[in-house]
Each structure stands twice: as structure tokens, then as C-alpha cells.
Design a protein around this ligand. Structure first.
Ligand code: IMP
Length: 188
């Protein structure tokens, strides 16, 4: 196990059942996705819209491999629900600061689960008339989908397991792990 796959001294470390995606696997795939995005947006400016907090690490690693000019912005959305599932009622907690009308917007999200959060966010952004609106998502749990959402760039499709690390949290824990891990079922 590499150093990037270990976090010492985490109080809930023993609740991580296994490493699903080690850091090197994440980084290799992110580089590939960035190459695809760079090719598709060649010669264009991208407004990269990081969905806080979960997509923060993914965005940081993705954007350092992007070749087109990138303008970075953030949006924070919250959905009411338990620690591990969404209710579908979504609220924008921190809005976009850039004017996105007429610009190429690429939303960067950590994971699509039911799809409700992204569906709501995209509908909201579309009303502001961007020149284009695409989605780049690190993880997809297709089995859980409740509403159709198109993901243009995907890192990994995964099974229906609650995952943590690399930006994703369980009740604000584990965001700082360099890998994606699976939680113990009795804990979720
Ligand atoms: P959705 O609205 O059900 O698609 O959920 C999207 C949000 O729920 C994501 O942006 C995450 O913040 C959170 N989420 C969904 N599944 C997981 C998971 O397995 N681990 C951590 N967070 C998750």
C-alpha cells in the first residue's frame, strides 16, 4: 500500500472496509479524462464549476492536466436527508460568481447517485443561457438513479456502496483521504 493510500490517526479508520480505488488508479484515470476534455475544448475557454465540497480534490487534480484556458468557480448545493442518502430537496447554498451566459460551462461533481442534485443544478444553470453545459463526474452509481442525468465525462462507474475519501465524506469525515474507500455496512 502506498503512502497516499494510508491515513494514519484517523479516529474512524477501522470503519473503512476496503480501498476501492487507490490513489494511483484515480490519478491515472483523471489524467485520461483531462486529455479528453482538453481535446474537446481545444481553443475554447472553460468555466470549470466545482461543486463543493466533495468535488474539490477531483477538480484540483483534473484542472492541472487541462490545456485550454480555465476559469474556476464554485457552487455549493445541499440536499436534505440523512448522512448517506438524499431527500431530493436541493438548495443552492453558495451561488456561482462568474457570469455564465454565452460561456462554456463544465460542472465538476464528485458522484452521481440518485441524480437529483445534479438534475436540479443543471436545470438552474441552464436558465442562465451558457453557450454549452457539460458534466464531468468522478464516480457514478447507476443502480441508484431516480432521475435521468447525462454525464459527459466519467471517471468510474461503481456498485451501489457508500464510498468515502478523495473529497467524499461520511458526516464530514474522510474527505482528506487520497483514495476512495468503502465504509463498513454496519456503520452506514
Ligand atoms: P444524488 O443527488 O443522490 O445524486 O447525490 C449526490 C450527492 O450525494 C453527491 O454529490 C454526494 O455529496 C452525496 N453522495 C452520494 N453518494 C455518496 C457516497 O457513496 N459517498 C459520499 N457521498 C455520496
Amino acid at each position: 500500500m502506498k503512502q497516499a493510500d494510508v491515513t494514519l490517526f484517523h479516529p474512524l479508520q477501522d470503519r473503512i472496509r476496503e480501498i476501492l480505488l487507490p490513489s494511483q488508479v484515480l490519478q491515472d484515470r483523471i489524467r485520461q479524462v483531462a486529455q479528453q476534455i482538453s481535446a474537446d475544448y481545444a481553443g475554447q475557454e472553460i468555466v470549470l464549476l466545482c461543486v463543493l465540497k466533495g468535488a474539490m480534490m477531483f477538480t484540483a487534480d483534473l484542472m492541472r492536466h487541462l490545456e485550454p484556458h480555465v476559469v474556476l468557480d464554485f457552487v455549493a448545493v445541499s440536499s436534505y436527508g440523512s448522512a448517506t442518502s438524499t431527500s431530493g430537496v436541493v438548495r443552492i447554498q453558495k451561488d456561482v460568481e462568474e457570469q455564465i451566459a454565452g460561456r462554456h460551462v463544465l460542472v465538476v461533481e464528485d458522484i452521481v447517485d440518485t441524480g437529483l442534485t445534479l438534475h436540479y443544478l443543471l436545470a438552474n444553470l441552464r436558465l442562465r443561457n451558457p453557450a454549452s453545459l457539460k458534466v464531468c463526474c468522478l464516480l457514478d452509481k447507476p443502480d441508484r438513479r431516480r432521475v435521468e442525468v447525462h454525464v459527459d465525462y466519467l471517471g468510474f462507474a461503481i456498485e451501489d456502496r457508500f464510498v468515502i475519501g478523495y473529497g467524499l465524506d461520511f458526516d464530514e469525515h474522510f474527505r482528506n483521504l487520497g483514495y476512495i474507500g468503502i465504509m463498513e455496512e454496519d456503520f452506514v
